[in-house]
Design a protein. Structure first.
Length: 248
């Protein structure tokens, strides 16, 4: 995950409009509360979160496992470990984790660490892809690899189910946990653009069980030809879960 984000730091500008659009949908939730936030942590926002929080008058730290990505994020950079974040205790009024939690092995432990970084009555606002995201790509790659290689390995990361998200917040000690979902569709005239955007965002496959062998030459052309199409364009679906919880 760190290597992918390090490499993506030089290309993140290519997908900045997409990240910003999704960040705007997440940050709209701040308007649903009358709480005033002064100190915020942008956790893994890749430049889509910190500038918006700074514009709202907050002091912002930007944490990432990738040093280049943290430096680009817009707040005061803070490098964190992949498992032990090393965050200060009860420092922030607000923690925002924008598409930064789905590659973490110990998600309950990560949420506990973020809760501890919040002041009493501080708010966590997070987004993550859930089951159903890139479902068409997952199925196309699986079928294509079975056909051309006689077997298959994970090529799209696993995602949690929406019904589990509020339970994860509650398990981590958050009060008033809420998880809801927004379905966002992306249309591509060139199906290769989908793979390029995933790479540019640092979202390529990081599963330990993935194959280390070179993919068969026929795999990606065969898979891309099987992606769902509407009106002549390839359709990719993002199921974006929005999580909110409060530190007690």
């Amino acid at each position: 995950m760190r290597r992918h984000r390090d490499r993506a730091a030089s290309r993140i500008g290519r997908v900045a409009p997409v990240l910003a659009e999704l960040a705007g949908r997440l940050l709209d939730r701040l308007d649903d509360t009358n709480r005033r936030f002064e100190t915020a942590l942008d956790f893994g926002g890749r430049g889509a979160i910190a500038p918006a929080l700074l514009a709202r008058g907050m002091a912002v730290d930007s944490a990432d496992v990738s040093a280049p990505m943290a430096a680009l994020a817009g707040g005061v950079p803070r490098i964190v470990g992949a498992e032990d974040f090393g965050l200060p205790v009860q420092r922030y009024d607000l923690v925002i984790a924008h598409f930064a939690l789905h590659f973490i092995n110990d998600l309950p432990g990560a949420l506990i660490q973020l809760r501890r970084a919040l002041k009493p009555e501080g708010m966590l606002l997070a987004s993550m892809p859930v089951l159903g995201t890139l479902g068409g790509l997952r199925e196309a790659l699986l079928a294509a690899e079975l056909e051309c290689a006689g077997g298959a390995s994970p090529r799209v990361s696993p995602f949690p189910e929406l019904r589990d998200c509020a339970g994860l917040l509650q398990r981590a000690g958050f009060a008033l946990p809420v998880a809801d979902i927004e379905d966002v569709e992306f249309l591509y005239a060139d199906p290769l653009a989908l793979l390029h955007e995933l790479r540019d965002a640092g979202e390529t496959n990081a599963v330990l069980a993935r194959s280390r062998r070179f993919a068969p030459r026929a795999l990606f052309p065969l898979a891309l030809g099987r992606l769902p199409v509407r009106d002549g364009r390839v359709v990719a679906t993002l199921r974006m879960a929005v999580l909110t919880g409060w530190a007690s």
